[in-house]
Design a protein around this ligand. Structure first.
Ligand code: SF4
Length: 64
């Protein structure tokens, strides 16, 4: 799995962090998403897919 984020689209809603805190973080200053792991392990794949599906800005892209 390969994950990318578009920080220009991100509206700092934070849903991604709630679903996969090992993969996503938010910048302290404005809450914009920070990608911690662009190749998360298989056991996090469901959480990452969930995070991408709930992102209101569709700023998370997942390649299987
Ligand atoms: S869920 Fe989407 S909009 Fe919200 S912080 Fe994460 S990437 Fe940004």
């Amino acid at each position: 799995m390969k994950v990318t984020v578009d920080q220009d689209k991100c509206i700092a809603a934070g849903h991604c962090v709630m679903h996969a805190a090992a993969v996503f973080d938010q910048r302290d200053e404005d809450g914009v998403v920070v990608l911690l792991d662009e190749s998360p392990p298989a056991e996090l794949a469901d959480d990452v897919r969930q995070a991408a599906s709930v992102c209101p800005a569709m700023a998370i892209h997942v390649e299987e």
